[in-house]
Each structure stands twice: as structure tokens, then as C-alpha cells.
Ligand binder design. Sequence first.
Ligand SMILES: [Zn+2]
Length: 302
Amino acid sequence: MQKWSLKIKVLFPTTKKRETEVTLKPWALRGLICSGSVLFVFAVVAIVRYVSFEADRYSVRKLESENRKLKDEIAYLKKEAVNVNKMLNELFDANNRLRAATGLDPFPKEFLLMGKGGNIEELSMESKDEAEYLRQELDRLVNVAKFQLESFSEVSSKLEKDIHLREHTPSIMPIAGYYTSGFGMRRDPFTGMMSFHEGLDIAAPQGTPVVAPAAGVIRSVKWDQGYGLTIEIDHGLGIMTRYAHLLRARVSPGHHVKRGDIIGYVGNSGRSTAPHVHYEVRINDKAVNPIKYIIPPGIYYD
Ligand SMILES: [Zn+2]
């Protein structure tokens, strides 16, 4: 078996001529290699650990800074959530006032909680898990906002319906005049027999303007032996009005009219003893007392 040995020439820098030869025995050589390897491994481990320690320190600093930012962000969002909550409370009250004014049932204040317990006015933000609490609170606020949006749209469509109904419901006298005959049973001035008078007779000088008592569409302008020149207005919603014994019509079928628009003039046409308008209000083609559809001036019904 061959034995290994290492010869090292050492040159002394001061005396270049002198050389010393050191011979290493195999056991010493193995020892030297072993120690070198161990040292090398230690050095590598130390370097790796140092680098990883520095990397960790960097990560910790970065996380600490991010954490501070997130805490600030959560604090800001909490403040904003409280403000939004206050605004939604005020909107809820405004919404309820509008609901009451339009005849819709107001909602109880508990609706604002949306399944959450606690005080509605001052919702506490104290919680161990602030982010989780904030998430729940924002969910609640979004639900409250959605709920109010639906309610506002309900109020808006109710208002539109009410306005339409108000505009299309007869509410004024079609002419300025005097009642000469009311709605109901009466003795017919021509036949002397008792009969049902389906309208209201209002006397006024010939040529007095006749106005539409509500918005609608002219259904017919026609001549009738009994009623003379007659105009009918379809107001929609099953409401129809009729004006008889006219002198002249100012509209033709299909015309849209608003309350107060002149449709014709008082006359004495048909079976009539003096200038007047026979005014009828019919609901689903059944005559009703027109007096109920003449609101005295100065009185407003909501
Ligand atoms: Zn009449």
C-alpha cells in the first residue's frame, strides 16, 4: 500500500536563499484535511445563518411597517364607518318621513340593525378582531344602504302613481254656474215622469267656456237627440266624464287635455229648456254623483 506524504518548501521572504523542507506524514495530512473541512463547513453554516438572519430582520422590519400602515388604515375606516352609519341613520329618518307622507308604512328603527344587536346610534367598534368587526360592520352598512335604496324607489313610484291619479281624477267644476238639477231620481221636465238623472245640471250663459276637470283623452264629440252636442273624456283608471247640451266643441276625439283646458262652450242643444251643461262622471261606465268629484276651491286633499 502506497503511503502519501506532502513536502512543503517554505521560502522565507527575508532570506530568499534559505529553504526549509517540511515533510508531512499521512496521518498529519489527513488531520489537516479533516480540520480544514470542518472549518470550511462551519464557515459556510455561519455565512448562511448570517444571511438568513439579515433577511429575517429585513422581513420583520417590513412587516412591522406594513402592520403600522394597516392599523392606521383600519382606524381610518372605522372612523368613516361611524360617519356613514350616522348619515344612513339620517337618511332612514328622511325615508320614513317620505313614506308617511305618501301613505306607505314607515319602517321600525330596528331595521337599521340588519340582524346585529347593540345600540343603533353609537355602534361600538371595540373588538378583539378589529378587521373582522369592521368587515361585518361594512356588510351591515351596505345592506342598510341597499334597503334604503329600495324604499326610496318604492316611495318614488308611489308618488308618481299618486300624481297620475290626482291629475286624472275630476276635481273641479267644468263651468262657472249654478246647480239647477242634482244627481238621482227626479221628475223629467219634458215627460213629467219620475226618472233617474245620471248627472248634474249646471246653468250658465250660452257660450260660457266648459273646461276639463282632470287630465284625459277626448273619447267622442257627437250629436245625440236627447243630449244634443256631447263631449266625452276618458281619464283612464276607469273614469269617464260627459258634457251635454253644448253649443260648440273646441276639441276632437284623440285630443289630450289637462285640467282646466277649454273643451267647448255652454249651449242649449238637444232636450234642454235653457242654456246649461249636463255633467256626468262615470266610474267603470256606472254613473256616480259628480258632486263627490267637485272639490270646493281652497280645499286640497292629499
Ligand atoms: Zn241633466
